[in-house]
Ligand binder design. Structure first.
Ligand code: SF4
Length: 272
């Protein structure tokens, strides 16, 4: 399978994309370092001229898998890479609020990712305006969410104008280029491009981003606890100090601490 085959499975590229490319839009590739970002980048590399591509990475600090930025650099073609960070890290936010983020609100996503990335994109457009670049305010913000990941994500609109950010001379679109790809196709396309995903997948993780995610399943939490025992201990400590648990109660097991879910007790953690 080669790069062009990616397009064979993506018959959902919106008609507006060709015209946005022709108008000189800047395509902002949101890149976490995970597999979905990686395959989205590969798609966009074949579609959008290099001068119209930039990469933005929301650095999650201490809760991010090591090597995320290095992996992005190793699998991209030298596009401008903007690394942004929220003012406070996730663990500090939990400490200060005395509670973990909830899957229904997902305030962690807006605090750690969406907010810093959108601020960065607005700053990029301001700089392009100062440099008198034509179409300085025309932005296509590309994100790697896929329908298969969750019922919520399956309902997302793959291409739409972002009214809130289409201000002050900007014209901003949000696009989910790989919304229709399956997990299997994601890995196939990465391999077909001669690349490998970040090492955590081979180590057993199914998802990237925060090492310990409020949306994780038991297998990922357990793998992450073994791979990253120091960080695991900090989450366990936060559960104890706040009196809260990180994961939502399940119908089958009710309320459980991380140690109950993973079976990994902090004093018995072993580096895999
Ligand atoms: S990866 Fe999980 S914990 Fe981290 S910001 Fe996203 S939803 Fe929140």
């Amino acid at each position: 399978m080669n790069q062009s085959d990616i397009f064979a499975v993506l018959d959902t590229i919106p008609a507006q994309i060709d015209s946005l490319i022709a108008r000189g839009a800047l395509f902002v590739i949101n890149h976490s370092g995970g597999k979905d970002s990686q395959v989205m980048y590969l798609l966009l590399r074949g579609l959008v001229p290099a001068a119209q591509r930039v990469i933005v990475h929301a650095d999650l600090g201490e809760v991010e898998w090591p090597g995320a930025v290095d992996h992005i650099k190793a699998t991209t073609a030298g596009e401008p890479l903007h690394v942004c960070r929220s003012r406070r890290g996730l663990l500090q936010m939990i400490e200060e609020r005395g509670m973990f983020p909830s899957p229904s609100q997902r305030q962690c996503t807006s605090d750690l990712k969406r907010g810093p990335i959108e601020r960065t994109v607005r700053a990029i457009t301001r700089e392009r305006k100062m440099l008198d670049i034509e179409a300085w305010g025309l932005v296509v913000n590309c994100m790697g969410m896929r329908a298969e990941e969750s019922p919520g994500r399956s309902k997302l609109t793959p291409f739409k104008r972002h009214e809130g950010n289409s201000k002050a001379g900007r014209e901003w679109y949000d696009w989910l280029p790989i919304h229709d790809l399956t997990t299997g196709e994601v890995f196939e396309h990465i391999a077909a491009a001669g690349q490998s995903p970040h090492w955590v997948y081979a180590a057993g993780m199914s998802r990237f981003s925060c090492c310990f995610c409020i949306m994780s399943n038991k297998a990922d939490l357990t793998t992450a606890a073994r791979l990253n025992p120091d960080l695991y201990r900090r989450y366990v400590d936060l559960e104890r100090s706040t009196g809260q648990v990180m994961m939502m109660p399940s119908k089958k097991h009710g309320r459980q601490t991380l140690e109950q879910i993973t079976g990994v007790m902090v004093d018995q953690t072993v580096i895999a």
